[in-house]
Design a protein around this ligand. Structure first.
Ligand SMILES: N[C@@H](CCC(=O)N[C@@H](CS)C(=O)NCC(=O)O)C(=O)O
Length: 218
């Protein structure tokens, strides 16, 4: 089998998405941890934008977590992590787009700003996104507690890393996880119990300690 290598970083939720996808598909791979504060001199040759994750498959490279995950889905179709029907696939991709465009993008801005007013606005935006997700997910609960219902999918693996690190926003950015998000909470527990997630999960303390140091450098 052609060798696969994933360039990752321990705090990077995007890298965790692709790591989880490789694990769910039981694809053997080598993990190379990059210290983003002290990148190897040749990292520019591996990652054109200096970011993780990057997937190396033989002599080819793919970057951007959502694109890596689609590449893995197409190259290793079993077990499938996207629905079969085109409309359901489109819906899965819309969820993934929302994660990038809203939840992760807002979080990125929130972590980077130390302006209290801007933080307050971004926190409001995150709360609104989560409440919207809860409302949209409710009708799917009859089929099962994964994002798309009965089966785990790329959507679960895209969102989950955000939830694993949410304590950082609560501790350092005044975010409060909204109450009564029952469907989302149930989803979170279901995904947290998967073997792939458990095997790379880190405790809250780990994230809080690392981000405390990281945020001081900003
Ligand atoms: N949209 C990209 C985002 C990747 C990203 O922002 N990675 C961050 C770490 S979480 C990174 O490598 N930043 C470069 C740096 O910190 O120098 C994806 O989905 O892969």
């Amino acid at each position: 089998m052609t060798q696969i290598e994933l360039y990752s970083a321990m705090l990077c939720p995007y890298a965790h998405r692709s790591r989880l996808t490789l694990m769910e598909k039981q694809i053997p791979f080598t993990l190379t941890e990059i210290d983003l504060r002290n990148k190897p001199a040749n990292f520019g040759e591996i990652s054109p934008h200096g970011k993780v994750p990057v997937l190396k498959h033989g002599t080819h490279r793919v970057w951007e977590s959502a694109i890596i995950n689609e590449y893995l889905e197409e190259t290793f179709p079993t077990p499938p992590l996207l629905p079969k029907e085109p409309m359901r696939r489109a819906q899965a991709r819309l969820w993934i787009h929302f994660a990038d465009d809203q939840l992760f993008a807002t979080t990125h801005k929130l972590l980077l700003t130390s302006d209290p007013q801007q933080q307050e606005e971004l926190v409001k935006g995150l709360t609104k996104s989560l409440q919207w997700l809860e409302t949209e997910l409710q009708p799917l609960s009859a089929e099962g507690s994964y994002w798309l219902g009965a089966e785990v999918s790329l959507v679960d693996l895209t969102y989950y890393p955000w939830f694993e690190q949410v304590a950082v926003l609560e501790q350092f950015r005044g975010f409060k996880f909204p109450t009564h998000l029952d469907r989302l909470n149930q989803w979170r527990e279901t995904v947290a119990s998967r073997e792939s997630v458990r095997s790379i999960a880190k405790p809250q303390k780990f994230y809080l300690e690392h981000y405390e140091r990281l945020l001081q450098l900003l």
